[in-house]
Design a protein around this ligand. Sequence first.
Ligand SMILES: C[S@@+](CC[C@H](N)C(=O)[O-])C[C@H]1O[C@@H](n2cnc3c(N)ncnc32)[C@H](O)[C@@H]1O
Length: 267
Amino acid sequence: MTQTGSYDEYMAIAELYDYVVPYQERADVGFFVEAAKESGGPVLEVGCGTGRVLIPTAQAGIEISGLDLSPHMLAICRERMKAEPEEVQSRVRLVEGDMRQFELAQSFQLVTLPFRPFQHLTKVEEQLACLSCIRQHLRDGGKLILDIFNPKLESLVGTNFGKEMAEEPEFSMPDGRRVIRRHSVVSRDVANQINYVELIHYVTYPDGRQERLVQAFPMRYLFRFEAEHLLSRAGFTVEQLYADYDKSPYGSKYPGELIFVARKAKD
Ligand SMILES: C[S@@+](CC[C@H](N)C(=O)[O-])C[C@H]1O[C@@H](n2cnc3c(N)ncnc32)[C@H](O)[C@@H]1O
């Protein structure tokens, strides 16, 4: 398994991830579980994180492998798996690795990238490398679900750089820590379609001690036709494009998501 040795952007916040209110409220889990069931499995989730989608998929009876670059996110997933019955555990395989270069010695009926891991790749060469690896791991007729956000034009002309936005409710950790999370776009590289984002966590311990944890990362935004061309170039045929996890078609809401369901094209 190739390691890039790059900084793990999720290290500082992995243990908080599952308690973040907007993450808990994301309406995507049912969509991905249904797609996994329709495929019959096995499924590969690329950028599986703490198992937010992976564990419900295994609970639904589907064999699933999870690949993630972050040992910290995978450690949380492994810990959560311990609470699952043996039968569910036996359906899961977790691999620490890089979506730009991996070799799992297994092929899959479905590959998914729920909640935008693909947007951590900032260069076209990296995107193509990832899609090529995915294609190599797909069985003939297998599908890929690529889940990215639809860039809202108004927010791309915003210049509130570095301003911390606070729109989320406070959340609590099981040990009594209270966390307020804010987000900020620190800068934007318009030429390369990258927002440099910070998620800032203000943590208050039960004894009153305070801590500021920052998850800083570049986020590449992609437009609809760009992503379609990319998928086509990488050997996929787009069959559906949804704006939401309720399968609303693209264009029915704005900005909505860009959820591509693409089939592995024949060689
Ligand atoms: C927003 S989280 C999504 C996690 C999970 N899919 C979910 O829906 O909750 C993005 C994940 O992508 C992983 N990731 C980022 N770059 C990666 C790479 N090059 N290879 C594999 N995983 C990567 C991160 O470690 C993180 O766990």
